[in-house]
Design a protein around this ligand. Structure first.
Ligand code: SF4
Length: 257
């Protein structure tokens, strides 16, 4: 069962890690739009969920968010975090930067203690307005599953021009104001074995993390049914071992099993 979220607001979702998270989905409500096509994506493969609706407008997002925050405030159940996530890549939205500004304004007005988080695959960091908007949010959470291009091509399946070296260069420019999120998984896809938990993947990835200098690294594994068959979770021991290596290098680490 893949998940397609309502748009532009969904939830709130109660998460052990984030608390009460109100979701902001800048993609259409009837399908998925992403510059990656990860074989583990909880929204399914892009080709199976092409939307017929358009992206929500900046005004629609702002109005819907304000309405929800007003309702939550009146019931005294304000969110701990406003999370940009949902049916694909939020920075695809042409008004992403303006929507971040609107969201920060509304957060300050209705839920000043809530954090603004963005889950992004980092494919639009080259757009100056997008970069600056990500630098303004509390939790700028960017995907870097590995630094091995064949693995990214097989597992993340970018459908845009994606270059690891330039993505890493742009990540460095946040000067620590970013969190890296990395999916660890195993199994087989299209006849090719997959496993990014071994040291041949982990060591070069940590070497690049030291260059990037994120303030935290989130590592996790498959949690829901995946569109590709034959994938397996990384084990708790594997994630813990990677966590220990990260801690030794002085990174803040969050692990979801
Ligand atoms: S980047 Fe995120 S939304 Fe896009 S395909 Fe991968 S998991 Fe799905």
């Amino acid at each position: 069962m893949t998940i397609i979220y309502p748009s532009p607001i969904f939830g709130p979702i109660h998460s052990r890690r984030l608390g009460i998270s109100l979701g902001i989905n800048l993609l259409p409500s009837d399908g998925k739009v992403c510059t990656f096509d990860c074989i583990y994506c909880e929204c399914g493969f892009n080709k199976d969920h092409r939307p017929s609706l358009t992206l929500p407008t900046r005004e629609e997002v702002s109005l819907a968010l304000e309405k929800e925050l007003q309702a939550m405030a009146s019931e005294n159940r304000l969110p701990d975090v406003l999370t940009f996530a949902g049916n694909g890549e939020p920075t695809i939205h042409p008004k992403f930067a303006e929507i971040i500004d609107d969201t920060i304004t509304l957060r300050n007005r209705y839920a000043p203690n809530a954090k603004v988080s963005v889950l992004s695959n980092a494919t639009f960091l080259h757009r100056e307005a997008t970069f600056k908007a990500l630098a303004r949010v509390d939790n700028n959470i960017l995907k870097l599953d590995t630094v091995d291009l064949p693995f990214i091509s097989l597992v993340d399946q970018p459908n845009c021009s994606y270059d690891i070296a330039s993505t890493i260069e742009l990540m460095k420019k946040f000067e620590g104001q970013l969190i890296i999120q990395t999916m660890f998984l195993k199994g087989e896809y299209q006849g090719v074995k997959i496993n990014n938990t071994g040291k041949e993947f982990v060591e070069p990835w940590i070497a690049q993390l030291k260059e990037i200098g994120p303030r935290q690294v989130m590592i996790y594994t498959i949690d829901r049914e995946t569109p590709a068959k034959g994938l397996e979770k990384a084990t708790k021991d594997e994630l813990d071992s990677i966590g220990v290596l990260l801690e030794k290098e002085g990174f803040g680490v969050s692990i979801s099993y």
